[in-house]
Design a protein. Structure first.
Ligand code: PEP
Ligand code: MG
Length: 559
């Protein structure tokens, strides 16, 4: 028996037989061409692009029938249609006399390197989309057309180097038990989907491919990142019991799907979902979420070496809004740090990005990008169920400026006779202490507030939310944080507006009663945690929770 430590990106325990998935290596033998071959090579390039786009279209058709989302593949098509790609590859063929395959390889190596070198994992994870497209295109050009040579076994634990998005779309259609990878990251498409499907997944597992072979029994403990290879009988028994309990809990949770979300004493607490990529909508529907309380749109800005234009965003927002209708879709404008956009926007490196130009600050500084996003949202709001939410608000002036920009966008769309719906509710995220402290003023300018506890705790306790070694200082239930939450809710209610809470605190069982007692109106959680949270709401008595909170506050003062 051997234990290898990885990084858990999706919790739960899985036991199963290994299936190693390899992606075939593509070999380039022809590097240069003669001058007379240039025209032929250029034609081959155009044909190849056309062919691969058609191949992706075909996949999209099949995939949409089997209900796995097609957005990743749409993004891949966009990569193929990128004018920069065409210009670069044609230039390499014409001026450097490179073979098509060599030119493709060179172009993608540069782009992939650009993303890989992004300091924060948000953008760097998107290099896998480019690797995937490069693989598809090259395998067509080289006529080595075997992208994924395996049939996926049922109940397998898939072991691979890393998962490309197109492999992910295949893999997530199958009934597998878990995923284990040598590389990968928390914010990759596949990790996000695994989390919303509650599928155990561990990444960064060193040399796992060498440590196992097909059919070996392994245990993945997605709760702590342990991968147990060749477990002994006692360990297997122990984890089998765990899995049985986990399965039982899952089936118990399914019983609450159709129940209305209210406390024992009949207080309704609308429960919504947080999504990062449109693919998650399937899970949102499965758990019968009452809308999307947080669409983290910055993820759309990360899969490309170009920022998505208004049209692309419009299509995505429209589709998600339609899927949600008649429930609300809260679209949060990009909440990205300057550190993640330095290459794309050509901005200065910041020493302390979490306190730098991020969220609404980026949007107000680069208002062209902001306006494209706002226009796309207003255009997608034809059914009227979209709300706009601004991240990292620190003062009322930012809301006023943002509202002015919304008005300008609406005026411009009107002048250009572009269909849109300017009647849209506007909200601020309360995730900086200054916003919570001035929430009385923000509430007068907004239609709703949404508390982002992930950042609120970080900024209140002055502790990096991603620094595991400081986790003892990261305390969502610290009196200071609870006071800010309480203050925000009271101030909002004085202005007759609602307060949602969309930080991870809402997904933790131990805080749900506390939050309901504080009179929060709505909760928004990851689709993978949705049913657990719903069950806890059903188990809560609102009046009793409010009384308990008084005691808790009292006790915290005394500590
Ligand atoms: C938060 O800060 O609580 C939040 C929901 O936003 P994010 O996690 O995207 O920063
Ligand atoms: Mg935040």
């Amino acid at each position: 028996m051997k234990k290898i430590k990885g990084v858990s990106v999706s919790g739960g325990v899985a036991i199963g037989k290994v299936q190693i998935i390899n992606q075939n290596k593509l070999v380039i033998k022809r590097h240069n061409i003669d001058k007379f071959e240039v025209e032929e090579e250029l034609t081959k390039f155009e044909d190849s692009i056309e062919h691969v786009v058609e191949e992706i279209d075909l996949l999209i058709e099949n995939i949409s029938q089997s209900k796995v989302n097609k957005d990743i593949l749409e993004a891949h098509k966009m990569i193929l249609k990128d004018p920069d790609l065409t210009a670069n590859i044609k230039k390499s063929i014409k001026t450097e006399l490179l073979s098509l395959e060599k030119a493709i390889k060179l172009h993608f190596t540069d782009v992939i390197e650009l993303f890989d070198n992004m300091e924060n994992d948000y953008l760097s994870t998107r290099s896998s989309d480019y690797e995937d497209v490069a693989y598809r295109l090259l395998s067509h050009v080289l006529k080595q057309n075997d992208h994924l040579s395996h049939e996926i076994n049922e109940n397998a634990i898939l072991v691979m180097n890393k998962i490309s998005p197109s492999m992910a779309t295949k893999v997530f259609k199958k009934q597998i038990n878990g995923l284990c990878m040598e590389k990968g990251s928390k914010n990759s498409h596949s990790s996000i989907i695994a989390r919303s499907m509650n599928l155990p997944m561990i990444v960064n597992v060193e040399s796992i491919i060498d440590a196992v072979k097909d059919e070996d029994l392994v245990i993945l403990n997605g709760n702590n990142g342990d991968v147990i290879v060749h477990p002994d009988d006692a360990t297997i028994q122990k984890y089998r019991k765990f899995v049985a309990k986990q399965d039982e809990e899952k089936s118990q949770l399914l019983k609450v799907v159709d129940l209305p979300t209210k406390t024992k004493d009949n207080k309704k607490i609308p429960l919504m979902s947080n999504i990062e990529i449109p693919d998650e909508i399937q899970q949102v529907r499965k758990v019968k979420s009452e809308g999307i309380g947080l669409f983290r749109t910055e993820f759309l800005f990360m899969g490309t070496n170009k920022l998505p234009i208004e049209e692309e965003q419009f299509e995505i927002y429209k589709k998600v809004a339609e899927e949600c209708y008649p429930n609300p879709l809260v679209i949060r404008t990009i909440d990205i740090g300057g550190d993640k956009l330095t290459k794309l926007l050509n901005i200065e490196h910041e020493v302390n990005p979490n306190l730098g130009c991020r969220g609404i600050r980026i949007s107000l500084k680069y208002d062209l990008i902001f306006k494209q996003q706002i226009k796309a949202i207003l255009r997608a709001n034809l059914k009227g169920n979209i709300k706009i939410m601004f991240p990292m608000i620190s003062c009322v002036a930012e809301i006023k400026k943002s509202k002015k920009i919304i008005q300008e966008c609406s005026d411009e769309l009107k002048v250009n006779k572009i269909k849109h719906n300017p009647n849209i509710k506007i909200g601020a995220m309360i995730e900086i202490p200054s916003a919570a402290i001035t929430s009385d003023l923000l509430a007068k300018e907004c239609d709703f507030l949404s508390i982002g506890t992930n950042d609120l705790v970080q900024y209140t306790m002055a502790v990096d939310r991603d620094n595991a070694s400081l986790s003892e200082y990261y305390q969502p239930s610290h009196l200071s944080v609870l006071r800010l939450i309480k203050m925000t809710i009271e101030n909002a209610h004085k202005e007759n507006i609602k307060v949602a809470l969309c930080g991870e605190m809402a997904s933790e069982k131990k805080y749900i009663k506390l939050l309901i007692g504080l009179d929060v109106d709505e909760l928004s959680v990851s689709p993978g945690r949705f049913l657990m949270v719903k069950k806890e709401i059903l188990n809560t008595n609102y009046e009793a929770a409010a009384k308990l909170d008084e005691k808790i506050f009292h006790a915290l003062v005394e500590v």
